[in-house]
Ligand binder design. Structure first.
Ligand code: G4P
Length: 526
């Protein structure tokens, strides 16, 4: 197969959802279709179970699982599919945001009864920042839930996306009879026993075909006809180009647990979802078909064994062929590196590969060279634009609890920040360090890991901040005055950018009013 064909057949995507909507179950069913696993239950949920806040063994166990399921590759109908795992737990949302820089499309899973939940909203918002094509899968239709039209309205309103159903449920919950596939015009009947095997679809090109009445009964058939007419009347025609531009999202209905509607989803997915897309760097757009290799690090996973503190850096290949033992330039630090054992991910297994194509993810062993967002090239000085850091929600001073181990502590903090576990701010007034996180759980993870991986001890102290704002202005006069007045709340982030740590929404508002020429951004790139 030619290089171009290899690229064209790749589909690299992420499944995003609010916890419990069914992401793990759907992932597992997709892997079953791809023959990547043989039985249900093989993909372990990577979610941090409720109440795990102080259960470190659980956190460690979950970290182990999440390495195994970070990337799941499989072949289906001659397509090479890479699913990138996105932690659903909101305390790990930053991880998910970063993973979204490495996907070419996403599938959003929505629980039919719960509708659009907060985590779904956030993740879709981040996907939309990059115009990533989105497919919606409405899950759990074997349970009572919201009416289809109501749900579609909610999705459009809360997620700010335009939708177009490509399948439609016949009944719901107890009354679920099947799903009509609008895209391929066929019918899939729900037997309730199809948990493991794949049902044959029945072709019904015209919904007025009396065969439909025989199959699902006249009442259900009439309801379906009416609803499909409404669907056609209300929603625009589905055009792949609009979906690829991120302007319209096709919607599928199903039940992942019952393996129902998943086949339709997967078949449509491989047909319409994009193969690896060009990526913008700070100097130019890089096309996957270029012959020179480029890639970037979107995730770093530390080895859990403290005796071998090496890490695995996950690199998304943007262009060119990646080859084992070839020299590549690590652009940020100007070093040439070669990798003797790059890892590829098939199903939930890892194996060493000699080469990999754009769209693929390789895991590179790292002894501390990489941080999130780093670019690798064949020599070109270029940086891929990453996803910005978002303002943390929680802030705490971090103190050294064992003065004999300060070197270890600072090294540990440094590396954990490179991994993207949390954000570090250094106060300008006294040099004290403040750790900002998305969720409270991170503080425990950091403390635990500093102790177990670096032999350092830390303690925390409350730091009253509401938001971190990155500052932008052309007005030097206002900036000087702002710095003078707010010097107690100013800090540098890890890249040395100026950050205002506002202690309350009120303070922030007052400051904004006082300095109209200063922009206060809740993210590090704007
Ligand atoms: P997540 O990764 O998005 O957090 O969700 P996950 O797949 O773990 O699913 C959450 C719960 O919802 C699981 O039940 C799962 O079995 C159930 N579920 C998933 N898809 C469907 C569906 O189509 N219909 C129904 N009725 N349930 C579904 P659980 O009891 O929390 O976990 P488990 O003990 O079954 O693993």
């Amino acid at each position: 197969m030619s290089f171009k064909e290899e690229i064209k057949r790749r589909r690299t995507f992420g499944i995003i959802s609010h916890p419990d909507a069914g992401k793990t179950t759907l992932t597992e069913k997709l892997l079953l279709f791809g023959g990547a696993i043989q039985e249900a239950g093989a993909v372990k949920s990577n979610k941090i179970k409720k109440g795990a806040t102080s259960d470190f063994m659980e956190i460690e166990r979950q970290r182990g699982i999440s390495v195994a399921t970070s990337v799941m590759g499989f072949e289906y109908k001659n397509k090479k599919i890479n699913i990138l795992d996105t932690p659903g737990h909101q305390d790990f949302a930053e991880d998910t945001y970063r993973t979204l820089t490495a996907v070419d499309s996403v599938i959003v899973v929505i629980d039919v009864a719960k509708g659009v939940e907060p985590q779904t909203e956030k993740l879709v918002e981040v996907s939309r920042m990059r115009n990533i094509p989105i497919i919606v899968f409405i899950n759990k239709i074997d349970r009572e839930g919201k009416d289809g039209f109501e749900l579609l309205d909610e999705i459009e309103q809360k997620l700010g996306i335009k939708v177009r159903p490509l399948s439609w449920p016949i009944g719901i919950g107890q009354d679920l009879k099947g799903v009509y596939n609008i895209w391929h015009q066929n019918l899939n009947l729900f037997s309730g026993t199809s948990k493991q095997h794949i049902e044959e679809s029945i072709e019904i090109k015209d919904v007025n075909d009396p065969q439909l009445d025989t199959l699902i009964g006249s009442d259900a058939a009439d309801d379906l006809r009416e609803e499909l007419e409404l669907v056609d009347g209300v929603y625009p025609e589905f055009k792949i180009e609009d979906y690829l531009k991120g302007e319209i999202s096709p919607v599928f209905f199903g039940s992942a647990l019952n393996n129902f509607g998943v086949h339709e989803l997967l078949d449509a997915f491989i047909e319409i979802a994009p193969s690896p897309l060009p990526k913008v760097s700070e100097t130019r757009e890089v096309n996957p078909t270029e012959d020179k290799f480029t890639g970037f690090v979107f995730k770093i996973h530390a080895n859990m064994d403290p005796k071998h503190r090496d890490r695995l850096a996950f690199v998304k290949i943007v262009s060119g062929l990646f080859e084992r033992n070839k020299n590549y330039l690590h652009v940020r630090n100007g070093k040439n590196l070669k990798f003797s054992s790059p890892t590829a991910f098939m199903a939930s297994k890892k194996s060493i590969v000699d080469e990999a194509y754009p769209g693929d993810i390789v895991g590179l062993h790292d002894t501390g060279n990489f941080k999130i967002g780093d670019t690798l090239t064949e020599g070109e000085e270029m940086f891929f634009k990453g996803i910005p850091s978002f303002s943390p929600e929680h802030f705490r001073y971090i103190n050294n609890a064992d003065p004999m181990k300060s070197k270890q502590l600072y090294k540990g903090i440094d590396q954990l920040m490179d991994e993207g576990v949390a954000q570090l701010f250094t106060l300008q007034i006294n040099g004290r360090k403040v750790i900002g996180t998305v969720g409270a759980l991170q503080y425990e993870v950091i403390q635990y890991r500093l102790e177990h991986e670096y032999g350092a001890k830390c303690s925390y102290e409350n730091f009253p901040a509401y938001k971190a704002c990155w500052i932008e202005t052309d007005n030097q006069e206002q900036l000087t005055e702002f710095k003078r007045l707010k010097h107690r709340s100013l800090a540098d982030d890890k890249e040395g950018r100026l950050v205002f740590l506002a202690d309350s929404a009120f303070t922030l508002q007052m400051t904004q009013e006082k300095f109209p020429d200063i922009k206060f951004h809740f993210k590090s790139e704007y």
